[in-house]
Design a protein around this ligand. Sequence first.
Ligand code: SF4
Ligand code: SF4
Length: 302
Amino acid sequence: MKRLSIQTVGGLSGLAGSSSPCLDCPASPCCNYLPLRLFQADSRNSLEKLAGLLDFDGIELRLSPFGYWRIFYKQACRFLDAADAGCTLYGKPERPQACKNYSAWKCWYKHAFAARTTPENMTIDRRRLDFIMARAEYDKAGKITVFPDWEMLQKEFVFQEEPAIAAQKSRQTFLVFPAESPPDHFFDLDHYRFCLGFPGIELAIIARDAWALLVSTRFNSAPGNNRAISGAMTASPKAESAVLKKFKGDELFSTFIPSTALRLRLEHFDRLMACFDFAGDGRITHFPSLESLRDSVITHGQ
Ligand code: SF4
Ligand code: SF4
């Protein structure tokens, strides 16, 4: 991802860097949008869940022609230099490997974020999602049988802009996005370092095999919106086992977090990494227990 001018581009330098695609990409979407989840909605219920996400500040949805939904958190990485759109971590060991390895020449973001509707994807706001939900067809069980045609959606949405809707009620909360699987490689952990660079993001380790990203946000209830925020930030002990089950299932997101979860921010990350052992190829060979992580990262790290 983003580099600082010539030297920082995709690990290249000198002349090769001077023609970098980053030089005419001042919006730097790669460092301004955190990807939270790739999701394929197959039912009315899953579309409703996506609609529910649009009630939260900073959450953006993009739909691909192949029916994949990408959920983003719109927020600038704390290491992005507002003055020149460069990475202030360039050349430093704490720069995420994901950013070092990202190739600007194969960059998806630049094209995908060039407009609200591009050949790669389109932004889906409330009005667009309502349109899609009304035109999709469902079977008796609520499974999608016909999804609106991509070309038709492109034509329909071309001049539409989301009208500003004043929120009636707004409240600070967290969104919790369970990881599909626990980390098993250095790069999986490094991905969390990248995520934690975005303000408002925490890593929640609920159990050895239940990891999640926490996004600090506000829930907005607009006039006419019947969706209510489900739950509080921390689940009661009684509800925790049910929550844990959800985290190990295919839950898209939640607003619950068990009180026993280990919640880590960027400043904890080096201590977290020090608790793991890796093979030469980066695979994790020692995965500490939740208790020992809590001990090493939080208790003794203070
Ligand atoms: S979006 Fe792509 S081209 Fe633009 S700054 Fe980021 S890596 Fe470079
Ligand atoms: S650390 Fe942040 S600013 Fe630097 S390249 Fe990565 S995402 Fe962009």
